[in-house]
Design a protein around this ligand. Sequence first.
Ligand code: BGC
Length: 730
Amino acid sequence: MLNNRNIQFVILAITILGLSSCKPQSGEKNEDKFALTPLNYAHKISAKIDSLLTLMTLEEKLGQLSQLNNAGDKHIDSVTINAIRKGEVGSLLINRRNFYSIEERNFYQKLAVEESRLGIPIIFGHDVIHGFRTIFPTSLAQSCTWSPDLVEKGAEVAAREAAAQGVDWAFAPMVDVARDPRWGRIAEGYGEDSYLNAIFGAAVVQGYQGADMSATDRVAACMKHYVGYGAAVGGRGKQFTDISKRTLHEVYLPPFKAGVEQGALTVMTAFNDINGTPATAYTYGIREVLKKEYGFKGFVVSDWDAVKHLLWHGIAADTTDAAQLALNAGVDMEMKTIFYKKLKEALAEGTVAIETIDDAVRRILYVKYKLGLFNRPYVKKDNTKELFLSAAHRKEAREMAAASMVLLQNNNNVLPVTATTKSIAVVGAFANERDVMGWWKSTGKFEDVITAFDGIKSNASNKVAVTDKIMADTDIIIACLGEPSHYFGESRHRADITIPAEQVEFLKSLQKHNKPIVLVVFNGRPLDLSNVTELAQSILIAWHPGSETGNALADVLFGYHNPYAKLTASFPRSVGQVPVYYSRRNSGNPNGNKYVDLSGEPLFPFGFGLSYTTFEYSALEIEKNKIPVNGTLKLSAIITNTGDKDGYEVVQLYVRDLVGSTTRPVKELKGFQKIRLKSGESKRVSFTLSTKELAVLNKNFEPVIEPGGFHVWIASNSTEGLQGEFEIVE
Ligand code: BGC
């Protein structure tokens, strides 16, 4: 309770520190002379936070650590409204099924900013994963473009639309390296490779936050799920993971480090148990690595109910214990708060220190300042009509969707559909399916999706008949099959990763027509396609392409877009091979990488994808075969477009460290370039490899550049390429 003396102090402090700037009128610009401008911003943030902290009651502090959600029919109940008025709600999670109007969002914000004692704005969070209203392909699909620039642009579109509706904070990117396609959430990340997850994660952070994250069209990014979630045993999410320190540091952590370096404002913990410690109580990972070693300044939020899960994991005795475990481990905000209120008891019991609570509050306020929420708490202008599904946004989504489709097989060059084609049949479970926006659809609507059939029909020349049945004069069958959106995503794991059996039967039934068949696969995860490769001439992986599905598909089928996408996660021959990934460590018996009944190699490897043209790699040049420990090496090869169409090629650089103090993967991706070549054109493509990129963690986990030999490949995928060698010398 505030007594009179305290109230006087508060008023005085508010006046002196200019905290009245927290209280603009709804919709008005805050012209306060104390407002934070970019110039005075950096050095004033810390002072502002300090001054706020001195004014906050324990309840208000714990309030900042709380995120409440709006699931259910009523958006916000009276209890929450009162809590906001009391300054006890730091964040609201907006559920996609129950999205607020801008007025409603401003109303809640007004309660916090104008009716609570200190006027600290709420940060509104939402799962903006691959689009907000204009839905882009799933993240795994996006990574197959090998185009960070496209991915960044896609994130920018999503941020613009989300921010227009009042979202301040997007729960993405997910950078969980995933090597088990049974795991439904493999669709949400950027594949099996740590390096690629780092690159695409950073691109999304940049696309969401931009250069000025307080701009009206930006949102805070959230790197998730920290850490090792993709290693769930058996692909069953939310399970335990056993991750060695080496694998943790070499595979699972680097994408988070890259996100922190890119300035990601928040990080979300994972659901898994890491070697006996749940991620939400993982002091080593959060405090030691993320906050101390990486210097992460933003805040860490738990995942949904993950603090409560500490009871289920069996490491917390009761709710207070769960709360103290999570906070002490470094989880600053509890998503869907129920337990963090108990921190008051933990404080009284002495299991948490006020300094720990203050540090968490400080981090949350820091993010709110960085986002400009104190100066601009409201959505002032409703420009959603101009932005949502605008021609420009649809264009970006279409380009990304076409660019992410991977051509895995194209016997007899059945694709692209030729000019002589007169009749196309588009059939199969996904021909007219609108639910092709993946698992996280945000506010995407089915009615805005261009179906495969509609897109093919509207983009075909008017001389071509596009039918939904196979006719006597059908020239080509486009069979649209795959897995529905509820087969992948959170808690959607599959033990059988083939195309559903009834659809395979349907594909078999098409054989009797004796027509060329193009199998278009709509999938969230890498599938086992071994039972369908013989049933179609061409196989195109379309993923779940989003709002522009049909248009993008037509672009690829008709050759308006020459595919260049390449897989970022291996497609196994059988679920029995799983996990199968290109960068496995070498073993004492290299020939042992196989089964009695199956090869150890995937059906379609990492980095693989066809084009309508062909590329030849020749004349590998390695500048020198010995480089000093702190040197760089230039490598190049000539790539020639030997086909009759212009096209892009994703040229990949792999290395293998031959002898080191610890065993190394048989191949590691170290670079890539997307180049465009006209038919017949050749280009010498160069890479510069610095020895820093070849550093390894020694037995003491210190990064070292070890002298010794390396193999290097400039390659079109992880199983082919021109091979050379070089040596690092002391
Ligand atoms: C998921 C997160 C998501 C959160 C909020 C959780 O169940 O694991 O990825 O951001 O819900 O919707």
